[in-house]
Ligand binder design. Structure first.
Ligand code: HH2
Length: 287
């Protein structure tokens, strides 16, 4: 199957090597925010956040992604001090308590630097390194780096997004951002790419990107996709609210795993680990 042709792909993250061509890896989402679209307010307390991170690792997450700023459509940026206060203590606790890489979901170099100092070994940037100092911070730390496509800003990104060829444009953007990251000193084998489901895309754009996700394998980097509980799932199921999108998310995750996508970013770790284990067993030959 073409979709699994990236079998040999590895992703270097700090001192670890994720063999993400061999099976679908699962990144668990930990939002330390009051306003994230699906779990806002649940893990704002550091204790609750850290316990949830530990639970996700125990349930099979390969990476825990800690974020302190919602980037949902219409959201406003939070002050950097607020983001630091939310994220850094949780990263520090988790880095000491779990044996999987901790990622920081941020677009700011100050937060990336502080989280990397606190024990994170990956930076997940929804702006794909718009802040050049963030790329430098990732390079200096030898961190893994996720470069995601977004059209515009969270505040306005869903106001009539347009593309002539969404798959081609997203792919070309990501190729350009990989070049920028490498120019800033990030080793190529530390970089993963993400089409940014829901970030400046209509329902049809999201579906087209998912349908043709294997086109991104040509970039030669691990491909990470975050379909979890997103509005396209709700829309397809008669406007289901966010907490009723588990099965729809499972459908998208199963599709991505069957295509050979390397990492899925999800909220419901236990359930989605079960989904990818079954799909991987069917779709992938044991090496
Ligand atoms: N989606 C969200 C946030 N960060 N990072 C990557 N690489 N890919 C994604 O698809 C992605 C992401 C949005 O989801 P969530 O974190 O649950 O919501 P919020 O931004 O409201 O905190």
């Amino acid at each position: 199957m073409d979709g699994v042709s990236g079998r040999a792909l590895v992703w270097r993250v700090g001192s670890r090597v994720l063999r993400c061509g061999e099976r679908t890896h699962v990144m668990g989402v930990l939002n330390v925010t009051p306003d994230s679209f699906s779990d806002g307010g649940r893990y704002l307390d550091h204790e609750a956040a850290a316990s949830h991170g530990v639970r996700m690792a125990a349930r099979g997450a390969d990476v825990i992604d800690v974020g302190g700023e919602s980037t949902r459509p219409g959201s406003d940026p939070v002050p950097v001090e607020v983001e630091l206060d939310r994220v850094v203590p949780v990263v520090k606790r988790l880095a000491a308590e779990v044996d999987v890489p901790i990622s920081v979901d941020t677009r700011r170099h100050e937060v990336a630097e502080a989280a990397l100092d606190a024990g994170a070994t990956m930076v997940n940037d929804v702006t794909a390194g718009r802040d050049p100092l963030l790329l430098r911070a990732a390079a200096d730390a030898g961190a893994g780096l996720v470069l995601m496509h977004m059209l515009g800003e969270p505040r306005t990104m869903q106001d009539d997004p347009r593309y002539d060829d969404v798959v081609g444009e997203v792919g070309a953007f990501l190729a350009g951002r990989v070049e920028a990251a490498v120019a800033a000193g990030v080793a190529a084998e530390r970089i993963a790419v993400d089409p940014g489901i829901g970030f400046g895309k209509t329902l049809e754009h999201n579906l087209t990107l998912l349908r043709h996700v294997d086109a991104l394998f040509e970039l030669g980097h691990p491909v990470l996709v975050g379909p979890s509980r997103k509005s396209f799932v709700g829309r397809l199921l008669g406007d289901l609210p966010v907490h009723e999108r588990l099965e729809g998310t499972a459908g998208a995750v199963a599709w991505l795993a069957a295509r050979g996508v390397h990492v899925v970013r999800v909220h419901d770790v236990e359930e989605m680990v079960r989904v990818v284990r079954v799909v991987d067993a069917i779709a992938r030959e044991v090496p």
